[in-house]
Write a protein that binds this ligand. Structure first.
Ligand SMILES: *Cc1c(COP(=O)(O)O)cnc(C)c1O
Ligand SMILES: [Zn+2]
Length: 420
């Protein structure tokens, strides 16, 4: 926390000194999300690109001076960060752009982007000596918290909608969490988890409530820019549910810009499922997101199904102030994007990750991208998280297996079917 100067309420802009704030600005109840601010002049003096170059720790903790943790904090055993930025320049022409990269966060330890935030949550919870950490989640934030807790022997209680994909629930059980299946939506699970955390005094990791989660998520921007030799890309595409990821991506870019390590802030494109498009609607119609009520959320992309995006203030700011856009894609486009992305890149994404690929295609079709641009697409979760959705995608795109009896003659009979 050495370089944290204060926290600022995203609604009333009131500032709180270090040590004098909890999760939220109490004047605004659960909506009073805080943004953590740093003393960038002090960081500049003591933290340099050369220092980073020499640092052998490739995890997110290499950026510790830019994170809200103490220098000598206890760090989870499970390494988080350093995901590959895959060069896809060979596909750039198809999208009418110059340089093209895929940041694959499906390769984080519990196979989703959420590990970045949960790693920071663990450190913060340990600071408070919390007996129990809790979160509500569509599944991935839960799996990330559960895995990181397991790596530190930290008891935790998880609230997920009963409809969460089985692979995510399996992760929770294997990691030894107490798993509460909520008979309702993610939004219902969120509300219940907040009430329980307050009642029992548990450490609360909830997205869009705990101000440190976007701080963990911003490490993705640090990595992208460092991997590009501190040349910021022109545009970054990422899917949006609660909006914490896109808010975090934005925060990381602003940090680097304030340090003078990058010379521009990329346009941020937030991809939403048409069936869960609160942010898109609010942005398009210029609605007030403090008063705009929840929308109905229904999409195959469970990780971005959020009727009331909890980090909506940060998400809207990310898109507006970078002159980006929100883009919606249908469930059919999302499903089709799973095999398309996989076949063209070797990266297998869950629906919310593939949504970004569908959004990029739509942006290219609509002429949003420019031929001189460098574009980064983020995959936020592994395809192994949701096999049901992948098999649905296979059905939709007529991908089939062929069954054969184990003999060469029988194989020869089917070989022609396969054009072999
Ligand atoms: C959580 C999640 C998202 C969306 O992040 P938000 O912060 O809720 O906008 C996207 N993709 C995957 C795989 C996720 O787990
Ligand atoms: Zn406030």
């Amino acid at each position: 926390m050495k370089y944290v100067s204060h926290a600022r309420c995203m609604i009333c802009k009131k500032t709180f000194k270090k040590g004098e704030f909890g999760y939220i600005c109490l004047d605004h109840g659960n909506e009073g999300i805080l943004d953590i601010e740093y003393d960038y002049e002090a960081i500049k003096k003591e933290f340099t690109k050369d220092q980073l170059k020499a640092d052998k720790d490739m995890s997110i903790w290499r950026y510790k001076p830019l994170l809200p943790v103490d220098e000598n904090c206890r760090i989870p055993n499970l390494p988080v960060g350093n995901t590959p930025l895959i060069n896809l320049d060979s596909l750039a022409d198809d999208f009418g752009i110059k340089h093209f990269y895929l940041k694959d966060d499906g390769r984080l330890p519990t196979a989703s982007f959420k590990d970045r935030a949960s790693a920071v949550a663990l450190v913060k919870a340990k600071e408070t000596r919390a007996k129990i950490i809790t979160t509500a989640s569509t599944g991935n934030a839960a799996a990330a918290l559960a895995g990181l807790c397991a790596s530190m022997g930290q008891p935790n209680v998880i609230f997920v909608p009963a409809t969460a994909p089985r692979a995510k629930i399996a992760q929770l059980l294997m990691f030894g969490s107490k798993v509460i299946l909520v008979d309702g939506s993610y939004d219902d699970a969120f509300e219940l988890c907040l009430k329980v955390a307050n009642e029992y005094g548990w450490y609360n990791r909830n997205t869009g409530y705990n101000p440190y989660m976007s701080e963990g998520k911003k490490t993705c921007s640090f990595e992208i820019c460092e991997q590009l030799g501190w040349n910021a890309p022109d545009a970054i595409f990422v899917s949006v549910g609660d909006g914490c990821i896109i808010g975090g991506i934005h925060k990381g870019l602003k940090d680097l810009y304030k340090l003078g390590w990058i010379d521009k802030i990329p346009h941020l494109y937030g991809i939403q499922a048409q069936g869960s498009s609160y942010m898109y609607q609010a942005w398009k119609n210029n609605e007030n997101i403090i008063t705009k009520p929840a929308v109905k959320a229904k999409t195959i992309a469970d990780s971005i199904s959020a009727g009331l995006p909890r980090a909506r203030i940060k998400a809207l700011d990310a898109v507006k102030s970078t002159h980006g856009a929100f883009i919606t894609v249908t469930d059919e486009q999302i499903l089709k994007a799973i095999p398309n992305l996989a076949k063209r890149t070797g990266v297998f994404a869950e629906p919310a990750g593939a949504a970004t690929w569908a959004g990029l295609k739509k942006a290219a079709r609509n002429g949003i991208l420019k031929s001189h641009e460098t574009v980064v697409v983020i995959n936020t979760g592994s395809g192994l998280k949701d096999i049901n959705a992948a098999m649905k995608a296979a059905e939709l795109t007529r991908l089939q297996c062929v069954t054969v009896e184990p003999s060469l003659d029988k194989f020869k009979q089917v070989a022609s079917e396969l054009n072999l």
